[in-house]
Write a protein that binds this ligand. Structure first.
Ligand code: GLC
Ligand code: CA
Length: 548
């Protein structure tokens, strides 16, 4: 089928179902809650929803450990609630995208239960290895979440590979039967009417032939198993045998990917393997590769990340734009400033929303939610967090978790100042950020000057500005340590975005070729005073000018 690439005009909203909205009072977010809020989602001006996993799951990794790919978890309302939601979304013109998690399953999936008992055809669905005669593990790889990448299975009397948690055994994608299962899963949801997939850690699905040891300790983790030898071949097969029959979108999570490498997957051709990649450069302005190796925030790193993806994909492939998701702490607390919450929340919004690509907004981002910071390590629940540096003294661990934990961004959405932030009438499954009394959707709705209304305005503007979709990105003043300034430039229209990352007043001077007095100031978070061809920028000030 011809790909219309409809996603180029879309803005997506990400729902992490457990914490979005509880509709039946059991304390856990669900699809009844989503149905209640479809009008709210639509009111943002977005065009689609990406759902983090909704499938049945024991919850060892909050749904990323799936025990049945062709069903919806009963706690989210099961298939009837999903179908109702899908209809409701489509009736409002909202697309629906599912999370495809096929690097691993839950150890409670029927396939694994049969595989560990060597029941065919499941015997080779996973990556099993006998113990070595010297008693060592099959190889020296580390998992992402829980120690070594191998777990002994008493039933089968062999080790299985798990690149994530122990309860997430890796599928053996080299087995053609497993690839047929993936194809069945894709077709099942596409036939039901979903509009595409976000593909979880897809660059891990093909393992090095022979699973060789890593020679140096730094290579025992992700560097060893990213971008395996058959990755392209498998993605091409999924496209040929499933995706190509539908006008759907695929967005692939790709750790440690560069724009050059991304082009191998997303360069626009009739048979490109994927439509967009989720890169991590934009999340690494204050850390090294992972949130768990913190560094001071660097505006240069942030600008370089955005600029290089914009420039290197220009005319060849399409960007996926984001600042938050369920895997990172809240961006306002990282790149912005909680002290200047209102200003910095708006600045960050405009900073990425006017770039070329398809923007994603994570639940709560649109109201400027900030990090949840508990006072004890005991309160963390995320499997990635709790096993990180378990041996460190508690105060050091707490400091690190405050900087890095995904739980910071997984607290329930703050709907109102009512009990439990209006998230549930029951007992919430997880902690609610105590700042819900001030930060919540109802308060944001009531304040015309809020971050929420700013998002609505920015999204609607973005759609009206031809230069944002069809123009060419150009950065100005890349060396400045205070401002991020870029423009989207097209024949008849230029959009100039000026973002201050400083908590002090700083003078801004317009770049050559731009006379601010001739531009239309279409979006701002302070006043509009000019001072020559520039202005005194307030803390975290942002201005968007249009020239035509
Ligand atoms: C992806 C998901 C993350 C999950 C991991 C393992 O990175 O976004 O939440 O823990 O994959 O499935
Ligand atoms: Ca519920």
């Amino acid at each position: 089928m011809k790909r219309t690439r409809w996603y180029k005009d879309a803005v997506f909203y990400q729902i992490w179902p457990r914490s979005f909205k509880d509709g039946n009072g059991d304390g856990m977010g669900d699809l009844y809650g989503v149905c209640e809020k479809l009008d709210y989602i639509k009111s943002l001006g977005v065009d689609g929803i990406w759902f983090s996993p909704l499938y049945p799951s024991p919850g060892a990794d909050c749904g990323y450990d799936i025990s049945n790919y062709m069903d919806i978890a009963p706690e989210f309302g099961g298939m009837p609630a999903f179908q109702k939601m899908l209809e409701g979304a489509h009736a409002r013109g909202l697309k629906v995208i599912m999370d495809l998690v096929v690097n691993h399953t839950s150890d409670e999936h029927e396939w694994f239960q049969k595989s560990r008992r060597r029941i065919d055809p499941y015997t080779d669905y996973y990556i099993w290895r006998p113990a070595r005669p010297d008693g060592k593990l099959p190889n020296n790889w580390d998992s992402m979440f829980e120690g070594k990448a191998w777990q002994w299975d008493e039933v089968r009397q062999e080790y299985y590979l798990h690149l994530f948690a122990i309860k997430q055994p890796d599928l053996n994608m080299d087995n053609p039967l497993v690839r047929q299962e993936v194809i069945r899963i894709l077709r099942f949801w596409l036939e039901m009417g979903v509009d595409g997939f976000r593909e979880d850690v897809i660059t891990f699905i093909s393992k090095q032939d022979g699973l060789p040891d890593a020679m140096i300790p730094a290579m025992r983790g992700i560097f060893r198993y990213n971008f395996g030898p058959h990755l392209h071949e498998y993605l091409q097969q999924f496209r040929r045998e499933a995706l190509d029959d539908y006008d759907c979108v695929t967005i692939a999570e790709c750790a440690l990917i560069t724009p050059e490498k991304a082009l191998e997957f997303v360069e626009e051709k009739d048979d490109s393997e994927l439509d967009m990649v989720i890169q991590f450069d934009c999340m690494s302005a204050d850390c090294l590769f992972t949130d768990y190796v913190p560094m001071p925030f660097s505006l240069h790193r942030l600008k370089n990340a955005f600029s290089s993806w914009q420039k290197k994909l220009e005319g060849r492939a399409w960007n996926m734009l984001y600042l938050e998701n369920h895997d990172h702490p809240r961006v306002l607390s990282r790149y912005g400033s909680e002290r200047f919450r209102l200003a910095s929340g708006k600045m960050l919004c405009a900073m990425y929303l006017f770039q070329k690509g398809t923007p994603f907004i994570y639940q709560g981002q649109e109201i400027g939610m900030t990090n949840w910071l508990p006072d004890s390590v005991e309160l963390y629940e995320d499997v990635q967090t709790i096993h990180h540096r378990e041996h460190l003294p508690e105060d050091q661990r707490l400091r690190l978790y405050h900087r890095a934990s995904r739980d910071s961004a997984r607290t329930p959405v703050q709907w109102s100042a009512e009990k439990n932030a209006g998230f549930t009438t029951g007992t919430p499954w997880f902690f609610i950020n105590p700042n819900y009394l001030e930060i919540n959707v109802a308060a944001e709705e009531a304040n015309p000057d809020s971050i929420l209304h700013f998002y609505r305005k920015a999204i609607s503007l973005r759609k009206q500005l031809k230069a944002v979709r069809d123009g060419v990105y150009r950065d100005y003043d890349l060396l400045s340590g205070r401002f991020y300034v870029y423009a989207m430039e097209e024949k008849l229209q230029r959009v100039l975005v000026i973002c201050s990352f400083s908590s002090r007043v700083q003078h801004f001077k317009a770049p050559k070729g731009y006379d601010l007095s001739k531009g239309r100031l279409v979006l701002k978070n302070y006043g509009d005073r000019l001072d020559g061809n520039g202005f005194h920028a307030m803390p975290y000030e942002v201005r968007v000018y249009v020239f035509e």
